[in-house]
Design a protein around this ligand. Sequence first.
Ligand SMILES: C[S@@+](CC[C@H](N)C(=O)[O-])C[C@H]1O[C@@H](n2cnc3c(N)ncnc32)[C@H](O)[C@@H]1O
Length: 415
Amino acid sequence: MAPRPSSNDTGIAELQALGAQVQQAIADYAVGKTQDTNDIARRCHLLAHRAEAPEVFAERLRYQPLSICALMIAIEGGMLQALASSPEANISAEQLAQITRRHKLDIVRTLRLLSALGACDEVGLQTYRANDKTTVLASKGQIGGFRVSSVPISAITTKVEEFFRKHASGEWEEEANVPSLHTYTYGQSMYDYLRDHRERRADFDAYMEARKQEKRRRWHHCYPVLSQLGVRSDVPADSSQMAVVDVGGNQGHDLATFQESNPDFRGRLILQDLPETVEPLLVDQEKQRVFEVMPYDFFTPQPVVGATLYLLLAVLHNWEDKECRAILKNLADAMAPGSSRLLISGLLLPDVGAERRAAELDMQMWMLQQSRQRTETEIRELVRSVGLDVAKVWENGDRESIVEVRKVESALDAV
Ligand SMILES: C[S@@+](CC[C@H](N)C(=O)[O-])C[C@H]1O[C@@H](n2cnc3c(N)ncnc32)[C@H](O)[C@@H]1O
């Protein structure tokens, strides 16, 4: 028999097995064994990857920046938003050109690629329709995410060769002096840049909230606050003595959903973040009814001493070990042994076999902040180094673990 014309070495049996796994994932979802369709997508990707010839795979990676380029043309030109909010189901390039005042040919070329990627549907000659992905991509929070992550990373990519050449030749002498790629590219750290660029700061804050919206389970769904803290929701007097402090809590989305889910909670809810993040909230009476707003730099001593619960949600991955220890030490100093707890949330990297999204998040932290995702062992070591101890790790699914931390009675070993 003539050999099968193929430029990759993947066997038919393997493809059939992967196809069967896709079928199984669909069957599991149909009977409710899995909550969402992400497992189906993951297995489809595995099948697509094994079926793809190496040269095609290489070509796809090579052209990947063009997807972001097309998306940013569509976003900054208002095409995606016009498509998503169109009262008509179908909209032509001509109509989009009138609405956005962009050249029709630019629209046709941009939406050609975005349709091929599945970001919208091409339903006829130069005619398009929004699909479920378009609506999400055109939302404020997702647009913010592309502006503060994809765009700077694209700019950083242009500096990669130069940066690593200098690094290898000892440009910065000591490892501690190596700037982040963001600082090297933009002359400022990411948070300093956001402080000086209000529009980008607003994009960042919108993105912070949006990335939580896709989560079915928030931190308080995973960590049973009231039972863990010994509060019964029918005894308001107990909870009134409590304080929950969200350190680096952005604009308070995690406290707001906690209050919504626990309307009987009578304690203090305190939001702490940088002045430029929380100051817009100081004029928002509605938000202030839900939580107290406190501008605070977590590299300075924690002003709320002996709180019942401190939250550090998706914060430590922004910082290298030295900074993490400083943040944790300020919390350790404020925590009361026995009664205070700290919840550290984030993605814990497995020692081997991290999935793509986890590895990407780690790369993003490296590029933007010279920081990283950590394994459970690394988090435990950080926590121990400041006289704290891990009580339990709560799994929240979908890339989030919550590490519950207490202060050990004797903090003599703290640094
Ligand atoms: C990745 S975001 C996480 C926000 C929120 N906890 C969440 O899980 O959505 C990190 C937060 O840390 C805040 N932050 C950065 N540097 C800070 C500092 N020195 N003091 C206090 N907050 C800071 C940022 O403004 C941002 O809101």
